[in-house]
Design a protein around this ligand. Structure first.
Ligand SMILES: NC(=O)N[C@@H](CC(=O)O)C(=O)O
Ligand SMILES: [Zn+2]
Ligand SMILES: [Zn+2]
Length: 458
């Protein structure tokens, strides 16, 4: 991927050939020792001694392209449990095609597409439509999330069974953007999805406690005079839902955990042996509520940015596994919905193209996670929680021979300035504009087919 060294000058520069077999020369699987990895017929076909493989070498399928991937880290393709693709309904903000291009450039090979579209993804018809749009775009796998309640209205259960048995094979259900606040409805949803090992992904926000809320409740909100969104509004719902999941023996997943208290509750629920999993977003790992002092709506997000103490607890929870995974909550918004006064702006931030970099900055560089830990938190755990095929998920972790060639190649070294206009997303609402972040994705492969080469969409 870098300029080929003299002794490997016969290698094909990245992008010139579109062979069906690839050699990743001197790549570092999970950050380990360099090795040559052969990708053929959609799987990891062989590991060879580092640097031993060159174009025309014996035992390679005809048309093999040798990539100089010296120093790059090979990770399983990332899996995002929480992406907003906005199609159908707000194609001006994002489409399945543009959002999955952003995903591939961020190293993702699967995204779970949230249900708060227009129409809402609350029927087999809509989830199949989103799933097919993903197949047509071809940049990564799209697994639709089904709504828990009809129209996200929180009144009647949606047709969960029909969505599960549709071609889209839905396993994750969420009213994300809204909380399933009715305890009986939440109980029924948890009971219902047991039949097909589904999971309810809850947007934990007690509605009455957050009426008119504009930012985290605390000293910054008091100073700015903005109505606060208290931590207890998240924590009360997580505690209730953990109790319900334990009571009915079903699977609960907690979306975008944002407070230190939530981490404590999830730790307690896991200690009880209940099937409770959780995600944290990159922005909640890095950013704090004092950014709101700028009144720049790019920092408006739900749940809101919290305090430095919360950030520290989230990092510790992700490191020790209390929080199972990182999920982007990629939430594109059109300019008119974001570049307006604070109170009128929609909450949400872009995330797909910067997630791995933020995890490197907050978790890898400070020594909280190694590369195997990154693979677990950003690929393997979300695959398990989302119900992706088990065997595939297991082999991805090792990038072993026979595993699907669904991988991403990261150059961990360079820091790059985030430029909103250079993003593949249709929207521009990144909170990292003008910030320097470490690491860059050089290539992504989906079952042996490159979706990104040399940092560009194929
Ligand atoms: N995160 C956000 O602030 N917004 C999300 C909804 C959500 O995740 O709750 C959106 O759809 O825009
Ligand atoms: Zn949400
Ligand atoms: Zn969301």
């Amino acid at each position: 991927m870098t300029t080929p060294a003299a002794e490997t000058s016969e290698e094909t520069p990245v992008g010139r050939s579109a062979g069906t077999s690839w050699v990743l020369r001197r790549v570092r699987p999970l950050g380990g020792d360099p090795v040559d990895v052969v990708l053929a017929d959609g799987v990891v076909a062989a590991w060879r001694p580092a640097g031993s493989t060159h174009a025309g070498a014996g035992g390679l399928p005809a048309g093999t392209t040798v990539l100089d991937t010296d120093g790059l880290i090979l990770l399983p393709g990332l899996v995002d449990l929480h992406t907003h693709l906005r199609e159908p309904g707000r194609e001006d903000a994002e489409t399945v095609a543009s959002g999955t291009r952003a995903a591939a450039l961020g190293g993702y090979t699967t995204v779970f597409a949230m249900a708060n579209t227009n129409p809402v993804a609350d029927t087999a018809g809509v989830v199949e439509q989103v799933w097919r749009l993903g197949l047509d775009a071809g940049h990564c796998d799209v697994r639709p999330v089904g709504a828990v309640t009809v129209g996200l209205a929180g009144e009647r259960l949606a047709e969960l069974g029909a969505m599960a048995s549709s071609a889209a094979g839905v396993r994750v259900f969420s009213d994300d953007g809204h909380c399933v606040s009715d305890a009986l409805l939440m109980r029924r949803a948890l009971e219902y999805v047991k039949a097909f090992d589904g999971v309810i992904a809850q947007h934990a926000q007690e509605p009455r406690l957050t009426e008119n809320a504009q930012m985290n409740e605390g000293t910054v909100a008091a100073r700015l005079g903005l109505p606060g969104w208290p931590a207890v509004a998240e924590e009360a719902i997580i505690a209730r839902d953990a109790l319900l999941a334990g009571h009915v023996g079903s699977r609960l997943h907690v979306c975008h955990v944002s407070t230190a208290g939530s981490v404590e509750i999830i730790r307690w629920a896991k200690a009880k042996g209940w099937n409770v999993t959780a995600e944290v977003t990159p922005h909640h790992l890095l950013l704090t509520d004092d950014l709101v002092c700028s009144f720049d709506p790019v920092y408006k997000v739900n749940p809101p940015l919290r305090t430095a103490e919360d950030v520290a607890a989230l990092r510790a929870g992700l490191a020790d596994g209390t929080i199972d995974c990182v999920a982007t909550d990629h939430a594109p918004h059109a300019l008119e919905d974001k570049e307006t006064e604070w109170a009128a702006a929609r909450p949400g931030m872009l995330g797909l193209e910067t997630a791995l970099s933020v995890v490197i900055e907050t978790m890898v560089i400070p020594g909280r996670l190694d590369w195997a830990g990154v693979a677990e938190r950003m690929a393997l755990a979300p695959a398990r929680i989302g119900g992706l095929p088990r065997t595939a998920a297991e082999v991805w972790s090792s990038i072993a021979v026979g595993a699907p060639a669904t991988v991403t190649l990261l150059d961990p070294a360079p820091w790059r300035m985030v430029e909103p206009d250079a993003l593949a997303s249709r929207s521009r609402n990144t909170p990292y504009a003008g910030r320097s972040l470490p690491g860059t994705i050089r290539a992504t492969f989906l079952r042996g087919r490159p979706t990104v080469l040399d940092g560009k969409i194929v």
